[in-house]
Design a protein around this ligand. Sequence first.
Ligand code: SAH
Ligand code: SF4
Ligand code: F3S
Length: 473
Amino acid sequence: MGNLEKSNKLKDSGKPGESEAPTKSLESMESSEEPKKFYIHTFGCQMNVHDSEILGGFLEDLGYREAAGVEDTDILIMNTCAIRQKAEAKVFGMIGKLKKLKREKPHLIIGVCGCMAQQEGTAKKIKARYPHVDLVFGTHNVHRFPHLLKEAEESRETVLDIWPEGKEVVEGLPISRKGGIKAWVTITYGCNNFCAYCVVPYVRGREQSREMSNIVTEVEGLASKGYKEVTLLGQNVNSYGKDLDKSITFALLLEKLDSITGLERIRYMTSHPRDFSRELTEVIYRSEKVCEHFHLPIQSGSNKILGKMNRGYTREHYLEVVSYIRELIPHSSITTDFIVGFPGETREDFSDTLEILERVRFDTSYSFVFSPRKGTLAADMPGQIPAAEKKERLLKLNETQNRISREINEALRGTVMDVLVEGFSRENPSVLTGRTRTNKLVNFKGEKEMIGKIIPVKINDVKTWSLDGEALS
Ligand code: SAH
Ligand code: SF4
Ligand code: F3S
């Protein structure tokens, strides 16, 4: 399909309210043909990783196979992220480079989806600047992918289909999961929090919980297929169920999932410190499978900045949450996210952040420099911090965190930890790799037969970001 010359047209295919069942009715490829291949490049967080698993599921149902790389594929999808400027720049860089490939392989279908595509104006920008893209769709209509793909294949024009919002949760989509050991399971879509810096509520829409029975059925199915671990996904898992029946809460969901036979570990992300409760910590304490890892993004240690960020908690509240977690489950790990250089962040505010890091002693943290996102409150706030200052603060924060992470890991030397073995390490294929319940990455010497099992590992050496050891059985 030599459609490089096509004129792009905004198509009105499908309305946001339509909750269509996924379709498998498209003709599968004829068996005599070499199967066509797909390649999905996923940017951003686990929400996108999971959406890519759905796109992969649709494509496999249509008879496609996964390609080894960009050069080898018939369909190339970029599932994009808009969280920071850098993430967007990477996507535009990749789209630009694909122009040459499309010229050489005119039948290649190029698609762009995800959070960036959902942002107002981006689809039109792609249409205007990158006519070699065949299909652009957003986050609310992933379930229509087979229809959109067919349109893109048949059309000489770029198909653009962005829904302003999603209406109902669509169940029963095919999911192509890899590895057979760990699975992502969405429990809520969207976010209602509108933190002042964050683009997610604009690109993922309002919070919607999946029915508890659907989640339980999905996890039971995974356990019966041999999956050992599930991670429950939502932008704020603690608000799970608020839009459902009054009796449905995140704590109740954890209790239900904890009783599923065969499943070994339950994780969840992300928790909002405002909505975290002692009651939930008690449920986790009583549970068998919910892991002792708490990822609680604090963002800043300054009450002034937390207020401006619209986070809805104070540093005192955060410290109280940490104190009851450590009181009830002393060996748990606590990790966090920080944003440095939020508008108006003075040196004193930044010192408060360093101080809370020293006080809580997070196992690890993910730190970002504030990136103004168009349409968010913070983008236009006065007191924007110069890039060099933001970078300097980030370096200081990382330096402090790395020292603390190393010290915490040092205390684990010589201990024995249960590791869910995921496979051979990509960096060093002669060692196995896996994670502890506290989410520490462990590389160790062991046998292939250990993959998929929980194995006690003696920790012989420690690094800032990982542990090294040897299997004891
Ligand atoms: N829902 C999760 C976070 C999702 S985004 C929560 O509330 O914790 C992941 C992380 O990206 C955030 O925790 C924040 O630290 C960072 N982030 C989000 N928007 C950002 C921005 N505009 N600039 C820099 N970092 C940002
Ligand atoms: Fe963004 Fe805040 Fe929602 Fe997290 S809780 S996704 S940071 S708006
Ligand atoms: Fe990025 Fe969208 Fe996730 S903006 S961080 S991929 S929800």
